[in-house]
Ligand binder design. Structure first.
Ligand code: GLU
Length: 305
């Protein structure tokens, strides 16, 4: 399949919508990102890489990092322990909802809403003293790029306005669903969200999920085939905010998005695809990115269905 030709067609077709979204402005540093960016990369399991536009430009991956920390937390705690503390149902609510967390007694609906991701951080921190470095090493190894780093300015910017996240973390603590200090969990959470990566890194960082748990770079089995299946299922049902039904309907792939405008999706056994365009739709998913992925599955005729 000529993925390069398809990516170029997609780039041309989405151009009119690239500037129609709105950058996330509740994190001051993200508000300054130019709206006119678009990049897309495909990494196939048979080792081919295709890319278009700003695919090698670094941006803030934000909530896409929750897929990485879910893999780590699963490795550390095991499935049964994890599922005692985080659910596996779509939330149908904004990713930072306080209301739902209260009426469900401090058990976040799923690992991809902010409260769920904070529980993942707590698990990682309980198993690893230097949780920030553990997360960084994991993402670098998964992407096969040791130059990936956090963006300390983005993390500080989010911390300075992260009152709602602080409220969520305090709620979790009050319900006994955080073992560690609220401040520590929040600092690690803001750091993981500030990871700066490009579309190529991101597509590569999800390869174990497309490859039944096996790293294509090291040849090692990082998670089991069954765990990869479960994480992909969670991304399909919970990975793209409360527009997850619309995303599944239009794209037909498991994926994880972030308010930096990135989305990573994958076809098990075949490829990972990452797209970035910072203008978001009203649900917080990249506007042009969602359209690009819809065009990708339409033009290639490949999805999981
Ligand atoms: N750091 C962002 C927050 O906590 C992540 C949001 C996102 O990408 O969904 O609000």
């Amino acid at each position: 399949m000529d993925y390069q030709q398809i990516l170029e067609e997609i780039h041309t077709e989405v151009k009119p919508v690239i500037t129609q979204g709105k950058v996330a402005d509740y994190i001051p540093k993200l508000a300054a990102v130019p709206l006119n960016k678009f990049g897309m990369a495909v990494q196939t399991l048979d080792g081919k890489l295709f890319s278009v536009g700003d695919a090698d430009e670094y941006f803030s991956i934000q909530s896409i990092s929750k897929a990485h920390t879910l893999i780590l937390a699963l490795q550390f705690a095991g499935e049964n322990n994890l599922l005692k503390r985080v659910g596996r149902e779509p939330s149908g609510n904004p990713f930072n909802s306080l209301v739902q967390l209260e009426y469900e007694n401090g058990i976040p609906r799923n690992p991809f809403i902010n409260a769920g991701a904070m529980v993942l951080v707590d698990i990682i921190l309980s198993h690893s003293k230097d949780a920030v470095q553990t997360i960084l090493k994991f993402v670098r190894d998964r992407s096969n790029n040791q130059n990936i780093d956090f963006d300390k300015e983005v993390a500080a910017s989010e911390k300075s306005t992260g009152f709602r996240n602080a409220a969520l973390a305090n709620f979790l603590k009050s319900y006994g669903n955080l073992e560690n200090d609220v401040e520590d969990v929040l600092d690690i959470y803001f750091s993981q969200c500030s990871l700066s990566m490009n579309c190529i890194d991101l597509a590569r960082s999800f390869m174990i999920l497309a490859n039944h748990g096996l790293s294509p770079w090291s040849g090692k089995q990082i998670i089991s085939k069954s765990q990869a299946k479960r994480i992909n299922s969670l991304m399909l049902t919970c990975g793209t905010y409360d527009a997850v039904g619309d995303f599944a309907y239009r794209v037909g792939l498991p994926g994880k998005s972030g308010v930096g405008g990135g989305i990573v999706a994958l076809i098990p056994g075949r490829l990972c695809v990452a797209v970035w365009s910072p203008g978001l739709n009203s649900s917080g998913n990249s506007l042009a990115g969602t359209q690009a992925l819809e065009l990708f599955t339409t033009k290639t005729g490949k999805s999981i269905f």
